[in-house]
Design a protein around this ligand. Structure first.
Ligand SMILES: CC(C)(COP(=O)(O)OP(=O)(O)OC[C@H]1O[C@@H](n2cnc3c(N)ncnc32)[C@H](O)[C@@H]1OP(=O)(O)O)[C@@H](O)C(=O)NCCC(=O)NCCS
Length: 191
């Protein structure tokens, strides 16, 4: 398995991973209505491409296929973290967290955080993330549930721009990739 930056033109492959992760893996923890709200099948490809461009993800590739992707924002927030349903429980998620921890070290981040689905919480806990707060984002009129999780990276706050995470100082996000709409008081994304 190889970890590398996403290349232009791979947006649809990432969407396939995202859709399969939600509908084939998170389906154990969420209702069909919640899954459809989180990962609708009729997503506008241009809107998806814009969203992916904003987060600048890395991918995991094996045998020429993208099997997972994730990101690390400059403030230590992980926005997306998804593994293809066909490649679950083979260490792809572990590889992605290990890569994020390496990047965090290089960037001297003080902390990592993410709004983590029920499905992903055991994996994040295994790497020392702890629940800060349970959250209930509303997406497309449907209430989901996740948890803001955080991992402190002691002694790595050397970079003054890498302030880590202050959940009170940042806009509320929920469920990796869901941001609160400026207009409707609802989460505006479904990734
Ligand atoms: C959560 C997710 C990223 C895990 O990816 P993965 O590649 O299967 O994870 P790994 O194979 O590295 O798993 C490592 C360990 O994490 C834990 N783990 C992973 N998935 C788990 C699950 N569904 N239930 C319980 N523990 C789990 C286990 O301890 C596992 O070790 P084991 O397989 O030896 O028991 C993947 O299931 C996924 O994409 N889920 C759906 C989408 C999602 O919820 N994404 C995160 C949004 S916040």
């Amino acid at each position: 398995m190889q970890v590398r930056e996403m290349r232009a033109g791979e947006e649809a492959a990432l969407h396939a991973v995202f859709h399969s992760a939600v509908h084939r893996l998170a389906c154990r923890d969420y209702t069909p209505e919640q899954l459809d709200a989180w990962a609708p099948s009729n997503r506008d490809p241009d809107e998806w491409a814009r969203r992916i461009a904003q987060i600048r993800p890395f991918v995991v590739e094996t045998a020429g296929e993208i099997v997972g992707y994730a990101d690390l924002q400059p403030d230590g927030y992980i926005n997306h973290f998804f593994v293809s349903g066909a490649h679950a429980r083979r260490g792809v998620g572990t590889l992605m967290i290990e890569h994020i921890l390496r990047l965090a070290g290089e960037r001297a981040l003080a902390a990592l955080s993410s709004d983590v689905s029920r499905t992903a919480q055991p994996l994040f806990e295994r790497f020392g993330f702890r629940v800060v707060e349970q959250r209930f984002p509303v997406v497309g009129g449907v209430t989901l549930c996740n948890a803001l999780m955080r991992k402190d990276l002691a002694g790595r706050a050397a970079n003054p721009r890498a302030t880590g995470v202050d959940s009170k100082a940042r806009p509320s996000r929920a469920m990796l990739g869901l941001r609160r709409s400026k207009h409707r008081g609802e989460e505006d994304g479904t990734d």
